[in-house]
Design a protein around this ligand. Structure first.
Ligand SMILES: [Zn+2]
Length: 452
């Protein structure tokens, strides 16, 4: 008997967390925190696990919406064994510590108990790590069953993995966040070589018409010439990025283009936790087979945003600023810088990734010169004087590539997660059109699906 129960992250991009009961072995896939919610609302519904066997937590990658609720889960279920890739473990050590100070700003600690730095240290030490393609066994005192498990490179960020679980002759594959195409640093995903029975797949780009997404290299060219136009005119370019994944890809892309004389050499500013994550990319570049093994992110000349005395200095000499957060969330570097940028007519904000509709990033992304926009309820309306341009450097597969997964892996059953309703509907309808006999589920939070 196999039971699948989403505790979050079904029908949304939120607190991704899926429970699997495989013949009484309890496996939790991912344990994320909802990026746009706070306190208890931001956590998966752990209460639903109380009457169920729970043995393992496997984490697909270290993004907040897949990892950050882990300390809360372990507080409640301290017997759980955690398994990740070595790179996810290394990144988690940085980001879970960093998250403490963010949580402290967001929640009232008398109502919502935050974990401590010591608890993060102990949690990280207790993580058992397995490399890509290294098979390992999941078992439990409560069950005579044994589940074979394996992480496969998911091509999304450093250490990201698809998770393959084999029980008897049944194979379950959870994609995590997956990218089948190469980025500047990350090579595309590896897929299981054998037929899958149950495919649990993300659907992030289910609503995005792929014809508007350029191939990576083509987008790099458009991005480079657009940067040059601004800096050759004396302006500076602000690029909001996630500290994990997007920063490293964009930094490498810009530096390589400078070396090819495709982007004029100017100062590059970075800052925050992203610089530490850069080192994890550097150390692991051979282990995870990055595309640019000779390139050390650490050696790319960068100026520190935190060393700046006045943000206005960024406009005195043309420069490129890579600042987090990626969605310009309130009180982050990219948010504060964007407010200055909007006033400056010679400069530009270039967006490079997904913006949640509820974030200031989404408002800025769709604004154009002359518009009057209000970033948060607290802010006054600002006239947009700078240029705003949108680029797509996706770390997720296009929707057609996700449908191709079904052709390649030949699952009998497909469970769609990690996407809004429209995205899931497009994916489901397209898969059924191409494969009429398949069982396709739009997973719903807190609603279980049972297989024989
Ligand atoms: Zn992700």
């Amino acid at each position: 008997m196999i039971q699948f129960l989403p505790l979050g992250g079904a029908g949304e991009i939120g607190a991704n967390c899926y429970y699997l009961n495989i013949n009484d072995i309890g496996v939790i896939l991912d344990c994320g925190m909802h990026p746009q919610k706070t306190g208890l609302d931001s956590l998966p519904k752990f209460d639903l696990l109380e009457d169920k066997p729970t043995d393992y937590v496997l984490i697909s990658h270290a993004h907040q919406d897949h990892l950050n609720a882990l300390p809360f889960l372990i507080k409640k279920f301290p017997h759980l064994k955690i398994i990740t890739t070595p790179q996810t473990r290394a990144v988690a050590e940085l980001t879970l510590h960093n998250a403490i100070s963010i949580l402290k700003r967001q929640v009232d600690e008398s109502e919502f108990e935050i974990y401590s730095r010591d608890e993060v240290d102990l949690l990280i030490k207790s993580i058992n790590y397995k490399s890509y393609n290294e098979k390992f066994t999941l078992d439990s005192l409560n069950s005579s069953a044994k589940v074979e498990a394996e992480f496969l490179n998911a091509g999304h960020i450093i250490g990201s993995a698809g998770i393959l679980l084999t029980f008897k002759d049944k194979r379950i594959f959870f994609t995590g966040d997956i990218n089948l195409s190469s980025q500047t640093l990350l090579p595309g995903a590896n897929l299981p070589s054998e037929k899958i029975d149950i495919l649990i797949t993300e659907a992030t780009y289910g609503t995005t018409d792929s014809s508007i997404i350029n191939e990576w290299e083509k987008e790099v060219d458009r991005f480079s010439s657009s940067i040059n136009k601004v800096i050759n005119n004396g302006g500076s370019v602000l690029i909001p990025v996630f500290a994990l994944g997007k920063l490293q890809e964009m930094l490498a892309t810009i530096w390589l283009q400078m070396q090819r004389n495709k982007i004029t050499r100017v100062d590059i500013y970075t800052g925050g936790i992203g610089n530490k994550i850069n080192r994890i990319y550097d150390y692991n570049r051979y282990v995870v087979n990055l595309n640019q093994k000779e390139l050390l992110l650490y050696e790319i000349p960068q100026k520190g945003l935190n060393e700046l005395k006045d943000f206005d200095d960024l406009f005195k000499i043309p420069s490129i600023i890579l600042a987090s957060s990626g969605m310009m969330v309130e009180s982050t570097y990219s948010f504060m810088l964007a407010k200055r940028w909007l006033h400056n007519k010679d400069s530009a904000i270039f967006t490079v990734g997904y913006m949640d509709p509820s974030t200031p990033g989404s408002i800025i992304e769709s604004a154009r010169k002359g518009d009057k926009i209000q970033l948060t309820k607290k802010d006054r309306k600002i006239e947009v004087n700078c240029e705003v341009k949108n680029f797509r450097f996706s770390a997720h597969s296009k929707r057609e590539e996700l449908v191709l997964l079904v052709n390649k892996l030949k699952p009998n059953t497909v469970i769609l997660v990690h996407g809004d309703k429209e995205a899931i509907d497009w994916m489901g309808a397209t898969i059924l059109k191409q494969h009429p006999g398949k069982k396709v589920y739009a997973a719903e939070n807190f609603r279980e699906i049972i297989f024989d």
